[in-house]
Ligand binder design. Structure first.
Ligand code: GP9
Ligand code: MN
Length: 434
């Protein structure tokens, strides 16, 4: 009902964080190129195996002078995995406690997300490039409701023979073969590339393997293969950036790069532990939680070299308000659960979908509080205990109100100033039938 909507709106209004004036609009008018790194965790960044960097290109971006990167940024997905990450990034609302929001509610719900906001506020054209069939995660329906004008799914590329792996077109080919479509888009554009090659079980044909890259020898094929496909993904990005730089598109764009969720599951982390210099038998829930960090980088080529690595705690829910503010678009009128990572008022309590949470000092797992510095169960002062109770309440409230918003489709009762309701029938792209 409208009353339920008002309750949600009251919360997000009170939770809103005003933009940082130093960052507001620094990418105004630029194209937005979002690169979704499949199953990519932060620990790969700067990681060397056998003396070699796994992802030398991403590392160079991470340390680049025009890159604003984060090293305490967490994924917050639930069972919807990729689709939950997409939902959070496009709408700044959480995925569902069970199942995938895209799959279960995405065909009918009202969205007020990135493609619609950018189109209506700043004239952006929008498109998604993805080498899997359009119907996977119900994207063919959800993207229309989000307002994506174009969806270049598998049917737009040659995916025959050795051109694809389990989840679709290989990443190098996705970036290469999509250029002819990218070039037709009116600028400024908001486009998203969803990569697939670095996906469990991390299989890659020999012809795509870099003969100069020696992966780990843990005896666990998931871990060993993971570095191989991450290395391949890195090379694919380098090739795409070569194109962006050569054509001058780079300097007209902000490139946002993020990892969607973990690639190595908690049950396999013990095989990863030695690679990270830790002992497998001391590995615990705290370590698992810390590994849920994923990359987030905003690359703004030619913007004056003021980038850096930021240490704020945050998660996928925070990306949309952050991006809008970099583009000089206020997020104030929208119902969004995240807060701008650059804002002095940014909320650093990072909620996981199962109500566990991480703050700059503590990690709460199943009600047990760990000290981030020691990794041990924390001895809390009275004041700390009180603060953590507050944090837990906030997490509970955010998730509950986001679920209420989505499960009851409450956005149909809300029209942000100037917002025009999306008519999904206006968009006519593949339904995934080849
Ligand atoms: C498939 C891809 C994978 O199209 O996005 O989704 P995931 O299995 O990671 O949720
Ligand atoms: Mn994924």
């Amino acid at each position: 009902t409208k009353t339920e909507l008002d309750t949600v709106k009251k919360f997000t209004d009170s939770h809103y964080a005003a933009p940082n004036p130093k960052m507001f609009g620094i990418a105004k008018g630029r194209n937005v190129i979002v690169i979704h790194l499949e199953s990519f965790q932060q620990f790969i960044i700067d990681k060397k195996v056998n003396g070699q960097e796994v992802t030398p290109f991403l590392n160079s971006l991470y340390h680049g002078k025009d890159t604003y990167a984060f090293d305490n940024f967490f994924h917050q997905v639930g069972q919807g995995k990729t689709s939950d990450a997409e939902n959070m990034l496009e709408t700044s609302t959480y995925g569902l406690p069970q199942g995938s929001l895209f799959a279960t509610l995405g065909s009918d719900n009202t969205f007020q997300g990135a493609p619609a906001i950018l189109n209506q506020r700043a004239g952006y054209t929008s498109a998604v490039f993805h080498g899997n069939v359009a119907s996977f995660w119900n994207r063919n329906n959800v993207y229309k409701n989000l307002g994506f004008q174009y969806f270049f799914d598998a049917s737009y590329y040659d995916t025959s023979g050795d051109k694809a792996t389990g989840y679709g077109l290989k990443d190098k080919l996705l970036f290469h073969d999509s250029i002819k479509y990218l070039q037709t888009l009116q600028q400024p554009f908001y486009v998203k590339y969803i990569t697939v090659t670095n996906h469990f079980p991390y299989e890659l044909d020999d012809e795509d393997k870099d003969p100069n890259f020696q992966t780990t020898n843990t005896g666990n094929s998931t871990v060993d293969n993971y570095f191989v496909t991450a290395h391949y993904l890195d090379q694919s990005l380098q090739q795409f950036f070569d194109y962006l730089n050569k054509t001058g598109l780079a300097n007209k764009s902000i490139i946002m790069i993020y990892g969607d969720h973990y690639g190595i599951s908690n049950s396999e982390n013990e095989h990863l532990a030695p690679v990270l210099g830790k002992s497998a038998d001391k590995w615990n829930d705290f370590d698992n939680a810390q590994l849920q960090r994923v990359p987030l980088m905003f690359v703004i080529p030619g913007s004056g070299g003021h980038g850096g690595i930021y240490h704020q705690y945050g998660g996928e829910i925070d990306v949309l308000p952050t991006l809008l503010h970099l583009l000089g678009i206020s997020s104030k009128r929208y119902i969004q659960f995240g807060t701008d990572l650059f804002s002095p008022q940014h909320d650093q309590v990072v909620a996981f979908r199962n109500h566990d949470f991480v703050t700059p000092n503590f990690t709460s797992i199943n009600g047990t509080i760990y000290n981030n510095k020691t990794g041990k169960v924390a001895k809390l002062t009275k004041a700390q205990r009180k603060q953590l109770k507050k944090d837990a309440k906030l997490v509970e409230k955010e998730l509950r109100l986001s679920d209420s918003l989505n499960q009851k489709n409450l956005l149909r009762f809300y029209t942000p100033k100037g917002f025009k309701r999306i008519n999904p029938k206006l968009f006519n792209y593949s339904n995934g039938l080849k």
